[in-house]
Design a protein around this ligand. Structure first.
Ligand SMILES: NC(=O)c1ccc[n+]([C@@H]2O[C@H](COP(=O)([O-])OP(=O)(O)OC[C@H]3O[C@@H](n4cnc5c(N)ncnc54)[C@H](OP(=O)(O)O)[C@@H]3O)[C@@H](O)[C@H]2O)c1
Length: 302
C-alpha cells in the first residue's frame, strides 16, 4: 500500500514535470522571468537560457566580441552585431542560429553611438535585454607618441560610445525587466601595464562608469557589470605571439599558465547577461587567469 502511494506520487510528479516542460517549450522564457517583476524569477528559471532575449554586441566582427556573439546565440538570444567591417560582421552572423542582424558602425564618429542605439531598436522592434560594450581602440603607445588626437580617439571609442549607447537603450533595457549591461574592460584598467597609459585610463573609466550606472539604473531593474580580460589570444596579441619570450613571460605571470581563448571571456559575459547572475551588479570580474590578484613573491620554488 505504501509502495502504491509512492508510485502514485512519483507518477504525479512526472506528469507535473511533463506539463511544465511542454509549457516551457511553447512559451519559452516568459515562464521564467516576467517583465513586470524585475529581478523576480519563478523556480522554473533556467539560468543558462537567453531564449527570446535580444542582445546588442559591439566589436562583434572578430576576437572576443565574435565569441560573445556566439555564446549569447548559443544560449538562445537574438544577437545584433556591430562593428566597422560589414563583411566580417556578416561572416560571424552566418554562424548564428537566432535571426542575427548586422549593424555596421564606426563608434569613433560623433553621434555614432546614439545612432547605433536607434538602429538596434529599429531592428529589434524596440526590444533589448542585453548590451555588451566590447569594441575598443586598444592602442599600445609610448608617452612620446601619445598626442591629443590619439587621446581623443581612444576616449571616443572606449568611453564615450559605451556611455552613450547605454543612454540610447536605457528605456528598452528597463522595459525588458531583466536588462543587463556588460562592459568589456581590461587588466590594464586595474593595474599599470606598459605603454598603456591612455588605454588603461579608458578602461579604468569604463569600470567607474560601470559602478555609477549600476547605482543609477539598478532601481529600474538594469544590472551593469564589467569583465576585465587579461591576455586573450586575438589579433591584439598577434605580434607578441610570434615572440617566444613574450609568450613565456605573459604565461609565467598567469597562475593558470596559459593565455585565454575568446570563449573563456565570452562565457563569463553570457553568465552576466542571464538570470544566473541576477543579484550581481556594479562588479568588475577579472577573467585573467588570476594575474592581477597575484604576485610571485619568491620567484618560483626558492
Ligand atoms: N585581447 C586581449 O588580450 C584583451 C585584453 C584585455 C581587454 N581586451 C578588451 O576586449 C575587447 C575586445 O578585444 P579583442 O582582443 O577582441 O580586440 P580585436 O580583435 O582588435 O577586436 C576589436 C573589435 O572592436 C571593433 N572595433 C574597433 N574599433 C571600432 C570602432 N571605431 N567602431 C566600431 N567597432 C570597432 C573591431 O571591429 P572592426 O575593425 O570591424 O570595426 C573588432 O570587432 C576590447 O574592449 C579590448 O580592450 C582584450
Amino acid at each position: 500500500m505504501i509502495q502504491g502511494d509512492r508510485r502514485l506520487r512519483v507518477q504525479a510528479l512526472e506528469n507535473l514535470a511533463d506539463t511544465f516542460n511542454l509549457l516551457r517549450a511553447s512559451h519559452g522564457d516568459t515562464l521564467s522571468a516576467r517583465a513586470d517583476t524585475p529581478g523576480r524569477l519563478s523556480p522554473m528559471t533556467s539560468s543558462a537560457s537567453l531564449t527570446g532575449r535580444v542582445a546588442l554586441v559591439t566589436g562583434a566582427s572578430r576576437g572576443i566580441g565574435a565569441a560573445i556573439a556566439r555564446a549569447l546565440d548559443a544560449a538562445g538570444a537574438r544577437v545584433l552585431l556591430a562593428a566597422r567591417d560589414a563583411e566580417m560582421l556578416a561572416s560571424v552572423a552566418a554562424e548564428l542560429s537566432h535571426d542575427p542582424a548586422t549593424l555596421p558602425v564606426d563608434l569613433a564618429e560623433a553621434g555614432a553611438a546614439s545612432d547605433l542605439a536607434r538602429r538596434a531598436l529599429e531592428a529589434s522592434g524596440g526590444r533589448l535585454d542585453v548590451l555588451v560594450n566590447n569594441a575598443a581602440y586598444a592602442r599600445r603607445v609610448t608617452l612620446a607618441d601619445t598626442d591629443a588626437d590619439l587621446i581623443d580617439q581612444v576616449l571616443a571609442v572606449d568611453v564615450r560610445a559605451p556611455l552613450l549607447l547605454v543612454r540610447g537603450v536605457e528605456e528598452a533595457l528597463a522595459a525588458s525587466g531583466h536588462g543587463s549591461v556588460v562592459n568589456i574592460t581590461s587588466v590594464s584598467g586595474l593595474v599599470g601595464t606598459p605603454r598603456r597609459a591612455i588605454y588603461g585610463a579608458s578602461k579604468a573609466a569604463l569600470d567607474s562608469i560601470t559602478r555609477s550606472l549600476a547605482l543609477d539604473l539598478g532601481p529600474r531593474g538594469i544590472r551593469v557589470n564589467a569583465v576585465a580580460p587579461g591576455v586573450v589570444d586575438t589579433d591584439l596579441w598577434a605580434k607578441n605571439k610570434l615572440v617566444p619570450e613574450a609568450v613565456r613571460s605573459t604565461t609565467a605571470i598567469t597562475p593558470l599558465r596559459r593565455w585565454a581563448q575568446p570563449p573563456d571571456v565570452a562565457d563569463v559575459v553570457a553568465w552576466l547577461a542571464g538570470d544566473a547572475s541576477r543579484f550581481v551588479t556594479a562588479e568588475t570580474i577579472a577573467a585573467d587567469g588570476g594575474m592581477t590578484r597575484t604576485t610571485d613573491l619568491y620567484g618560483g620554488d626558492v
